[in-house]
Design a protein around this ligand. Structure first.
Ligand SMILES: NC(=O)c1ccc[n+]([C@@H]2O[C@H](COP(=O)([O-])OP(=O)(O)OC[C@H]3O[C@@H](n4cnc5c(N)ncnc54)[C@H](OP(=O)(O)O)[C@@H]3O)[C@@H](O)[C@H]2O)c1
Length: 232
């Protein structure tokens, strides 16, 4: 049933980790939701070719991802300015927590690498890990959507850890899993300088995080969802 009070919202990427959670929360807030779905071809035949230029370019996973995200956001801001659209963007750090998709989302899977017994996995490349709970991200999106004075970009992040701290935290909290203990310290890595993410702009709007710094909630939620789906 359409909510006349809250109106209708279009969510892209609604089959994904964040999008599906956002839809759930929007519906709970009384919004009606439309969602876009892309079609996946069932059959790939000999007429399909991989885009070699893209593969060459995409080899390093994270630089490619960061480049895409940066260019996309800049293009969206430029498009909005040219067309006099009011654009608000939420730049979330690494999103973690429970999920309602039938599969374990890629990003959660990476976070759970050590729980799944895959060593430190991709996180090892990351070393410094700013994180945020999925519920805080979608709550920030809904909050800013309804906030008349919201404008421009908002960083949404609720804590930071390192791969070393994470391995200690996980082995203490989940002794039933074989967590590798990573002994190095950040101080031992020369040349590394990580900026702290400021969420002042978001907090100044009156937004309140529900899970500020609560890595426990994020891991408990994600692990529980994996157990329910028989993945752990
Ligand atoms: N997860 C994080 O830690 C994190 C942090 C910061 C920002 N973000 C951003 O938040 C957004 C959602 O992330 P997520 O973790 O929810 O990702 P996800 O679980 O992989 O979901 C991605 C969604 O986007 C759709 N999609 C992907 N490529 C598309 C394309 N070319 N055309 C149309 N739809 C496409 C997917 O549809 P299909 O089901 O058809 O594949 C899916 O619904 C992304 O833009 C991501 O970069 C994520």
């Amino acid at each position: 049933m359409e909510s006349k009070e809250m109106g209708r919202v279009c969510v892209t990427g609604g089959t994904g980790f964040v999008g599906s959670w956002l839809i759930m929360r929007l519906l709970q807030h009384g919004y009606s939701v439309n969602m876009t779905i892309r079609s996946h071809p069932d059959i790939v035949d000999e007429s399909s070719w991989s885009d070699v230029d893209f593969i060459k370019f995409a080899k390093p996973l994270l630089p490619c991802y960061s480049t895409c995200k940066t260019l996309t956001e800049k293009a969206a801001i430029e498009f909005a300015a040219k067309n006099r659209l009011h654009l608000v963007s939420v730049a979330a750090s690494w999103i973690h927590g429970p999920f309602i998709t039938p599969h374990c989302p890629f990003t959660v899977r990476i976070f759970l690498d050590m729980i799944f017994g895959n060593g430190e996995g991709v996180l090892e490349q990351q070393k410094y890990i700013p994180f945020v709970h999925v519920d805080d991200v979608v709550n920030a999106q809904i909050f800013l959507f309804a906030h008349t004075n919201a404008n421009g970009r908002y960083i949404c992040s609720s804590g930071e850890t390192t791969i070393y701290e994470l391995s200690k935290f996980l082995s203490a909290r989940y002794p039933q899993y074989q967590i590798p203990i990573i002994e190095s310290s950040m101080e031992g890595i020369s040349g590394l300088k990580y900026p702290t993410l400021s969420v002042k702009k978001l907090l100044d709007t009156g937004f309140k995080f529900k899970y500020y710094g609560q890595l426990e909630e994020m891991y408990d939620g994600a692990i529980e969802c994996c157990k329910i789906r028989g993945l752990l």
